[in-house]
Ligand binder design. Sequence first.
Ligand SMILES: *Cc1c(COP(=O)(O)O)cnc(C)c1O
Length: 397
Amino acid sequence: MPIASPSRTFAPLNPPQRLLLGPGPSDVHPRVLAAMTLPLLGHLDPAFVAMMDETKEMLRYVFQTKNPMTLALPGTGSSGMESAFVNLIEPGDSVLICVVGYFGERMVDMTERLGAKVHVIEKPYGEAFDPSEVRDAVKKHAPKVVGIVHAETSSGVLQPLEEIVKIVHEAGALIVVDAVTSLGCVPVMTDEWGLDVVFSCTQKGLSCPPGMAPISFSPKAVETIHARKTKVPNWYLDVSLLSKYWGSDRAYHHTAPISMAYALREGLSLVIEETLEARFARHVRNQKALKAGLQALGLTYVAAEGFQVPAVHAVRIPDGIDDLTIRKRLLNDMGIEIGGGLGSLKGKAWRIGLMGQGSKERNVLLLLGALEVCLRDAGCSLKPGAALEAAGAAYAG
Ligand SMILES: *Cc1c(COP(=O)(O)O)cnc(C)c1O
């Protein structure tokens, strides 16, 4: 028996208007959305290939690298993570993962599946590693690869990397860095710091829809991949095959997600128009104002002072306030999305994103006003206007 057609019809798609202030996806610039509606090209069309070259050039600027092997994978940020590890790791390799939150835990899960000897060092949510802790672990486990998250979206922690990369390299190991939430929001100095593999996504700091994963491999990482004794166990994410499509061979590998590639190209061109310097300064300015406002609402940060990432503000939910009641009110009544807690912070924290395009004064003030109304309705005794007053002072000062 064939399966019958559904008895109802489906109206043309009409999603509600939202302001995306969660931990991703972030709001998309109209120019990016417009680019996605442009006519398709074939994935080997010279015009598309020329656009891929533009994308590569722009990615090298955003990643601050000269690495020839810099491209964008078809897949979300997690495909970048998976690609970094499947290409570098062979069964039995010693791997060290430095976990400061949920996405570090994902690195552990991925590398264990590859038959590596995975060693884990861990910090409680909200803290970052001191370089000496990584030095001790590297001495003890002599890893081939060290994995670490730059901006841990679950806790809002920004992990300083420069010292740690030096330690990893002195021990002869390679460093894999998750820059999914940091790229386009805070400096990611791939060449200056010496990152061996660094990957990101399109839907956070670059303010495009989800669907691709920018990634860059250092010459040393490429050498390591060429020296493998075993085949990369995953065909789709094998960067040697992928680079034949992104390099001068232009050999068919997969059908590139054309409209997504348009979006990424347009999103990157917006970053270049703004410049990285201005973009980072804008993120810091809005971070300061949002932080002043949230603190005026009595909310405390999960991430330790001095280690807070401008793109994600993880704050503890006050005692007696129900997570979902507030988030539903924000979403349903005000059209604003913020994120809940992940991992050990589930139900205990909110995550507010000011990423890329979304990091702007209007969003900061709108969210603070809305959140204050929700908290007061839920019984918090707050001075009306306190959050906006604090944010306004931060902008003025
Ligand atoms: C969002 C995120 C990921 C996963 O990216 P997806 O695009 O959801 O696959 C990985 N690492 C960090 C730090 C993230 O914030």
